[in-house]
Design a protein around this ligand. Structure first.
Ligand SMILES: NC(=O)c1ccc[n+]([C@@H]2O[C@H](COP(=O)([O-])OP(=O)(O)OC[C@H]3O[C@@H](n4cnc5c(N)ncnc54)[C@H](OP(=O)(O)O)[C@@H]3O)[C@@H](O)[C@H]2O)c1
Length: 248
């Protein structure tokens, strides 16, 4: 008798809408069991119900991705539900623009707490399970972080956001270096403007129809999970074609 390979599992933060939900949909279609997380319970349950209707195995955790206790609870819940972690998708994030001298420091702290510190804390909490999963197969295990093109090419009025996303890029490089022997690697996906709620403020100068599609990023995320553990992709810039390879 041959044993069936165990289904792979993914944890997606900020999974109730936008890029996170698009990635969760595509991973679920690939057969991944999913842990979906966000702060707003109703929206989270609606997203999970949509996935479940397609036959996906999905569980939810209401959690603030900037809260240490919530993040520890999230990893414990995921491990108890699925027992493995093939893809950790660090997607929850925030971005509010203002010139440097008009940015309240508490706004800097909030960007740091969610976009970088929360991501760092979640990786640290999940590493034992990522390593254990990576040891079971040829693909290893992957951290997939939604950074931003702004983390590579800062834009005016986005200094706090850009700096925290640059830190996420650095974190992904560090994971690739520190975990090379374990089969865990990380990718910072760095897109330009994507058509989601977060980019709606830009619509007066950049129509939604000209933005990167959330599904484009979902396709990239799924592709990363198909690579062998021998391939590390620490940074993946994704330009908006109409922006002429700038951050615009
Ligand atoms: N849209 C763009 O143009 C763009 C470009 C480059 C990079 N990105 C990055 O891509 C990621 C996703 O962005 P998006 O455009 O899909 O955003 P979005 O449409 O605003 O969705 C954000 C998701 O994150 C959740 N979330 C927000 N704050 C959270 C917190 N403190 N804890 C847990 N969950 C939280 C939201 O649900 P709740 O509010 O219910 O928690 C929601 O599910 C972000 O990291 C963003 O910086 C976006």
């Amino acid at each position: 008798m041959t044993s069936q390979p165990e289904a792979r599992a993914a944890l997606v933060t900020g999974g109730s809408r936008g890029i996170g939900l698009a990635i969760a949909r595509r991973l679920a279609a690939e057969g991944f069991a999913i842990t979906l997380s966000a702060r707003t319970g109703d929206a989270l349950e609606a997203a999970a119900a949509e996935l479940a209707e397609t036959g996906a195995r999905v569980t939810t955790v209401v959690a603030d991705a900037s809260d240490d206790g919530d993040l520890a609870r999230l990893v414990t819940h995921h491990e108890e539900a699925w027992g493995r972690l093939d893809a950790l998708v660090l997607n929850a994030g925030m971005g509010f623009g203002s010139p440097i001298d008009a940015t309240p420091l508490r706004r800097v702290d909030k960007h740091y707490a969610l976009n970088f510190r929360g991501a760092f804390a979640l990786v640290a909490a999940a590493l034992p399970l990522l390593r254990a999963t990576a040891a079971t197969g040829p693909r290893g295990a992957r951290v997939i972080a939604l950074a931003s093109l702004a983390g590579l090419l800062p834009e005016p009025d986005l200094a706090a956001y850009s700096a925290t996303k640059a830190a996420v890029v650095s974190l992904c490089r560090s994971i690739c270096i520190e975990e090379v022997a374990t089969g865990v690697s990380a990718t910072a996906i760095c897109p330009g403007y994507v058509d989601t709620d977060m980019a709606a403020w830009k619509h007066d100068v950049l129509p939604a129809t000209d933005m990167i599609r959330p599904d484009d990023l979902a396709e990239l995320a799924v592709s990363l999970t198909r690579l062998s553990r021998n391939a590390a992709v620490p940074v993946l810039p994704v330009y908006r074609a109409g922006g002429g390879l700038t951050g615009a």
